[in-house]
Design a protein around this ligand. Structure first.
Ligand SMILES: [Fe+2]
Length: 252
């Protein structure tokens, strides 16, 4: 699958990209609201959102939760972004050292693969393209890698009355990568789930809620920590969940 380049950007999307880059350079994070993010991704072939987002109904239970929680479902895929191409890598375990994830890190965790049709979906490719372009713009030419290693996670956090459903059970953290992109997919009948951003001294420097589909947080993982507060059902009698797509990039 070909990677697109910034030359293909419309004038409006060039301005959007410049604004995201400026925010990342200034604060180490950026928040893009749904409308702008959708327009930006459309420049990379974004379409057919419904078939993409409904795939969150088919995730598998995360069996590695050290807190014993059974409220997180997920799927996982990795890609190489190299030489103008997006190549999915062989399915592999997700590994975070305990330096980055004291709760669930330190072991290889196997999650179900992202379904093929989802992994090659126009929305997925548009998101990978956008993340790649941002990473390129944020990285000096002298330190550009030949290839970026992208990890993609589909997450669903299910909120149940009376028990804590924590989008980031490890608390405020870094992912141990270069860049993190979190896109809201579905927020169904959940309250709270506030994202906060913290500096090196762990002081809060920003907080916001990813409310609607495609609200997106961009994070410089070298500069800031991030975390999300627990979610709870608004109506305990109905299903309640928070679905996000997380894409990380690091030097391969
Ligand atoms: Fe994270």
């Amino acid at each position: 699958m070909p990677l697109q380049h910034s030359l293909a950007l419309s004038p409006e999307n060039s301005i959007r990209l410049d604004q995201m880059v400026a925010a990342l350079q200034d604060k180490g994070f950026a928040l893009e609201r749904s409308k702008d993010m959708r327009a930006f991704l459309q420049g990379f072939g974004f379409r057919d959102w419904e078939s993409f987002s409904e795939s969150w109904n088919r995730l598998g239970l995360d069996r590695y939760m050290a807190d014993g929680g059974r409220y997180r479902k997920r799927r996982y895929a990795t890609y190489a972004l190299t030489g103008g191409r997006i190549e999915r890598k062989r399915h592999q375990p997700h590994y975070q050292s305990r330096d980055y994830n004291l709760l669930n890190g330190g072991i290889e965790r196997w999650f179900g693969p992202i379904e093929d049709a989802v992994a090659t979906h126009p929305v997925m490719l548009s998101v990978l393209n956008a993340a790649h372009l941002l990473a390129l713009r944020m990285t000096p030419a002298s330190t550009q890698p030949d290839s970026w290693h992208a990890e993609v996670h589909q997450f669903r956090i299910e909120a149940q009355a009376g028990s804590q459903a924590r989008p980031t059970p490890e608390g405020m953290h870094r992912d141990g990568v270069d860049w993190v992109m979190v896109l809201m997919v579905n927020r169904e009948n959940v309250a709270s789930g506030i994202t906060s951003i913290h500096n090196d001294q762990r002081e809060e420097i920003g907080s916001f809620t990813l409310e609607t589909s495609l609200d997106t947080a961009l994070v410089d993982d070298h500069r800031v920590y991030h975390g999300v507060t627990p979610v709870e059902p608004i109506d305990p009698a109905r299903p309640a969940y928070r679905d996000v797509l997380v894409v990380t990039l690091r030097h391969a």
